[in-house]
Design a binder for this molecule. Structure first.
Ligand SMILES: *[C@@H]1O[C@H](CO)[C@@H](O)[C@H](O)[C@H]1NC(C)=O
Ligand SMILES: *[C@@H]1O[C@H](CO)[C@@H](O)[C@H](O)[C@H]1NC(C)=O
Ligand SMILES: *[C@@H]1O[C@H](CO)[C@@H](O)[C@H](O)[C@H]1NC(C)=O
Length: 362
């Protein structure tokens, strides 16, 4: 725990090798230090490539019940669920918490309202279960991997939700579950909707809106979103420059229209939309980057439009037109990317998850 070295001024006689007298600190201070140490590290570099970002928090949770209670909020603030097994593990935790709550166990902890941001990677819907013999039915029902009644209150309580298009089934499932119980408990027509999602980030190239726009809960959900971001495509078209070129004209380079798929977004469903952002599909790379294939920080331009389209019929203009008129703003963000080269095509795939977790994609 290298954080503690900065506290040595408190005890100047101590030799740098002797253990830090932790017990001399007030318990409030100790808990603050634990909370700080528990903050997840989302920067993946070299050695911690495979490391779980929550590793410190998870080991601190084993120190004592009080420490666990202190560090859990840090762990829950940003939840990353990159793969199917991460989602099922998370749902198992929620199921365990449900049991703890019933038993009034000391380990119970209410996750509701603790999660600010939640990310779902590419999580494909499992194929429907083959019809089972009634003899086996009991064993399969208890193994339901994703229980929407448990997942919905957590997923929908996060103000910021990011998910891959492949994972939209999780959102539909949660919305349906929350909406149905909401209607049961509804006492006034103007009860707030059963979600707190404001910022919605969609990742990937898939563009199918019907499942959301065709249901009451899906439409109500879209209507309540105020910031919408698109992180697609994941593979970028590249323009290679021989070296850094000071004469490279940004404006000229941005004289191309917004991507075609944007016209398929049901803009009229977004009643409260204030900004829409997207990662611009054209990436400029220098040959220097190209020759060192592997992992690089690649500059991606994010365009934010302050006056998003309001009707289904909308004609996208050139990107330069939005920036010149002040309707849009571009920021450049360094995103970790894997560069690949085949004889036919040069490709880039971005680690959007890391960039999102680090808060670069605002
Ligand atoms: C997701 O699950 C894998 C394998 O079970 C694990 O190695 C990884 O650390 C998990 N990731 C997160 C962010 O929890
Ligand atoms: C909510 O409850 C009111 C009466 O309290 C009822 O008129 C209304 O239809 C209910 N709304 C829904 C969506 O069920
Ligand atoms: C939602 O987006 C806005 C603007 O991009 C940002 O300032 C805010 O922090 C985001 N909220 C969360 C919970 O990430």
């Amino acid at each position: 725990m290298h954080h503690l070295t900065s506290f040595t001024p408190f005890c100047p006689i101590m030799q740098s090798t002797s253990p830090f007298p932790f017990a001399n600190l007030s318990s409030e201070l100790v808990l603050l230090i634990f909370a700080h140490a528990a903050r997840p590290t989302f920067v993946k570099t070299g050695d911690n490539e495979q490391q779980n970002p929550y590793a410190s928090a998870l080991s601190l949770c084993r120190v004592s019940k009080i420490v666990r209670r202190t560090v859990l909020p840090e762990l829950l603030r940003t939840i990353l669920l990159p793969e199917y097994n991460n989602v099922t593990a998370f749902v198992r935790t929620l199921r365990m918490q449900q049991a703890f709550a019933l038993q009034e166990n000391d380990l119970r902890f209410d996750y509701g309202g603790r999660v600010d941001r939640i990310w779902f990677g590419q999580i494909c819907e499992p194929p429907p279960q083959a019809p089972v013999h009634s003899n086996f039915a009991s064993s399969t029902t208890s193994e339901l991997d994703v229980d929407f009644r448990l997942l919905a209150p957590v997923l929908l309580s996060a103000p910021s939700l990011a998910l891959d298009f492949e994972s939209l089934w999780l959102l539909y499932g949660c919305l349906e579950s929350a909406w149905n119980s909401h209607i049961h408990m509804n006492d006034s027509e103007c009860a707030p909707p059963p979600w707190r999602t404001n910022n919605l980030t969609l990742v990937g190239e898939f563009n199918r809106w019907r499942p959301l726009t065709s249901t009451a809960e899906g439409s109500a959900f879209l209507a309540s979103i105020s910031r919408l971001s698109f992180l697609s495509p994941t593979k970028a078209e590249t323009h290679l420059l021989p070296t850094y070129d000071p004469c490279f004209d940004d404006l000229e380079h941005r004289k191309y229209p917004l991507p075609e798929w944007m016209t398929n977004v049901p803009w009229d469903s977004f009643k409260r939309l204030r900004t829409v952002s997207l990662a611009l599909p054209r990436i400029v790379l220098t040959v220097a980057a190209k020759t060192s294939l592997g992992e690089e920080n690649v500059d991606v331009e994010l365009l934010t439009l302050f006056d998003p389209p309001h009707s289904a019929y909308w004609e996208p203009k050139d990107i330069s037109a939005y920036t010149e008129s002040g309707e849009g703003r571009i920021v450049s963000v360094g995103v970790r990317a894997k560069l690949g080269d085949s004889p036919i095509q040069f490709s880039v795939s971005f680690d959007w998850e890391e960039a999102w977790a680090r808060g670069l994609l605002k």
